[in-house]
Design a protein around this ligand. Structure first.
Ligand SMILES: [Zn+2]
Length: 177
């Protein structure tokens, strides 16, 4: 019995994980990707902040490196369990993607057109419940190399999302010039 051939083909992969010049592994575009494209979901096990703090760090040699994504005040996605390629996306202070939250899920979306070969990045904007001392900023130093690099993976306007439009709202330790 003969069947008509069906022209089924896999969608061309749009990105891949490989070694990054920025840090460890990174995720690189394999094809040109238009702006405003939802690329992938930041998947993993959803845990509470309390659990996250208890089981941290994943790697004693790199205590500040986690696969956690802060969803909201109660939930963290732990991509060390059930995570996909998104957990290898590096930070940049001049990122080409952004992580959008939608109903408690996180999706990585392109901010601009990305050329084949470019490394994907988003701004981690890490929030830490301590004053931002020079030591802390150095511990979370950024090496993204962008012209506007702020020098740290930490958010400098960490006072929270609501009051970001008032320019004087920076935290105590955030005024390092
Ligand atoms: Zn930077």
């Amino acid at each position: 019995m003969s069947r008509n051939p069906r022209f089924v083909r896999a969608r061309r992969r749009r990105f891949q994980v490989r070694r990054s010049p920025v840090h460890g592994r990174g995720v690189f575009a394999l094809v040109d990707i238009p702006a405003d494209t939802r690329l992938l979901e930041y998947t993993g096990q959803v845990i509470s902040w309390q659990q996250a703090q208890q089981q941290h760090p994943h790697d004693a040699a790199q205590p500040n490196h986690t696969f956690y994504f802060h969803v909201d005040d109660e939930h963290v996605i732990d991509a060390s369990r059930g995570g996909n390629s998104s957990r290898w996306i590096n930070h940049s202070c001049d990122p080409n993607t952004v992580a959008d939250e939608l109903d408690g899920r996180i999706f990585i979306r392109t901010l601009r057109r990305i050329r084949a070969g470019e490394e994907l990045s988003y701004d981690y904007g890490l929030i830490i419940d301590e004053p931002l001392t020079d030591e802390l900023l150095a511990e979370f130093a950024c090496h993204c190399g962008s012209a506007g690099c702020r020098g740290t993976l930490l958010a400098l306007d960490a006072d929270d999302d609501e009051n970001n439009d008032s320019p004087g709202a920076q935290g105590d330790g955030a005024a390092h010039g």
